[in-house]
Design a protein around this ligand. Structure first.
Ligand code: TTP
Ligand code: MN
Ligand code: MN
Ligand code: MN
Length: 362
């Protein structure tokens, strides 16, 4: 079976008798427009609508070229028109997107959720309290977590894209630290960079060791005994995964995993930054440690994209009655864990053709 998640048309196509464009007369339905609507729905706590827009955006991403209104309607399905609502259907999508982008709430929510450590709930609370700017936040002495303080302090750097070269430098830095502590341990660049993206919002690194058990505590080498000044912020968590607990229920906490990990901010030396007053930049780094037996699952899970992972896990559950997460693959019909030594083997277990990382950007 050849399958790329997010490209399968939703199950309920619009009735073909409808000659009207389901997304408004102007039909300026772009991926970007849909992503804005997804974001706005997320800000309002409408997860279902947000997901419908995200799915629709990735359908557009997968379909090259301009679509006719009719094709568009068929590709996107009626779920989307329901999500858009009647007023938008009448006025057109681009009018709605402009309205959203100009609204004070959207702009403020966007500003706040770009602070490391601030989610929709916190941003929404601040908005309700009348806070509108980053200066407001500081002047009103708003209570901030240690993570949010670091996020505010490095706001500009953390919202400047990380270039591939910078990600590779950080990979090498971590590799050196890890090697000194545990020879033979490896560091793998995951996340968007593994999918071939030229820049990203952070650096995702996966650590392991070929001998199971040796990897335990590896993070302390990098995060807890910091080479002075390299780490500006770190929050570590121990491994809390136990195989004997059995698989997580499908649809449960399928994005979060329980590896030993460290969410951090590194201080990266950069030379000749144009216009920069200082020779360094703050960069968000996620470090994750996986035992070698779970490594392929961790790699698959941490390579993303989030949308790809969501669709792949949904496929595993619905089509194969298997539970896939970043630790294991569990077959609920055979009642057993399916081991894998590579990502390729996981796709084989799922009865799918291998999808290389560069094709997981949906
Ligand atoms: P991100 O780093 O958030 O996203 P990205 O690397 O695809 O894009 P960018 O950083 O450039 O914005 O997440 C990478 C993958 O890690 C994503 O597929 C989800 C996964 N992930 C987990 O599995 N568990 C977690 O707790 C988190 C935060 C991410
Ligand atoms: Mn990333
Ligand atoms: Mn991201
Ligand atoms: Mn990340």
């Amino acid at each position: 079976v050849s399958w790329v998640p997010g490209t399968d048309p939703p199950p309920t196509p619009l009735p073909s008798s409808s000659s009207r464009c389901p997304t408004g007369g102007d039909s300026a339905l772009s991926q970007e427009a849909l992503e804005t609507l997804a974001e706005e729905a997320g800000f309002s706590g409408s997860e279902g609508r947000s997901l419908a827009f995200t799915r629709a955006a990735s359908v557009l991403k997968a379909l090259p070229g301009q679509l006719s209104a009719l094709e568009e309607g068929q590709a996107l399905g009626s779920g989307l028109s329901l999500s858009l609502g009647q007023d938008v259907l009448e006025d057109g999508v681009s009018v709605e997107v402009e309205r959203v982008k100009l609204s004070e709430r959207y702009r403020t929510m966007k500003l706040f959720t770009k602070i490391f450590g601030v989610g929709v709930r916190t941003a929404s609370r601040w908005y309700q309290e009348g806070i509108r700017t980053l200066v407001d936040l500081q002047e009103r002495n708003t209570k901030l977590t240690r993570q949010q303080q670091a996020g505010l302090q490095h706001y500009e750097d953390l919202n400047t894209p990380v270039e591939r070269g910078e990600a590779e430098s950080i990979g090498r830095m971590v590799q050196e630290a890890v090697q000194r502590f545990l020879p033979g341990a490896s560091v793998t660049l995951a996340g968007g960079f593994r999918r071939g993206k030229p820049r990203g919002h952070d650096v995702d690194l996966l650590l392991t060791h070929p001998e199971a058990g040796r990897e335990a505590g590896l993070l302390s080498a990098v995060c807890l005994s910091p080479h002075q000044g390299l780490i500006l912020y770190q929050h570590s968590q121990e491994n809390s995964f136990a195989l004997h607990e059995g698989p997580e229920p499908p649809g449960g906490r399928d994005v979060l995993d329980r590896f030993e990990r460290c969410f951090s901010i590194f201080r990266l030396e950069v030379q000749g930054r144009p216009g920069a007053a200082r020779g360094w930049k703050a960069v968000r780094v996620d470090l994750v440690v996986a035992p070698v037996g779970q490594f392929p699952f961790a790699l698959l899970g941490w390579t993303g994209s989030r949308h790809f992972e969501r669709e792949l896990r949904r496929f595993a559950g619905h089509e194969r009655k298997m539970v896939l997460n970043s630790h294991t693959l569990y077959d609920t019909r055979l009642n057993l864990f399916l081991p894998a030594a590579s990502e390729e083997e996981i796709f084989q277990h799922l009865g799918l053709e291998y999808v290389p990382p560069t094709q997981r950007n949906a």
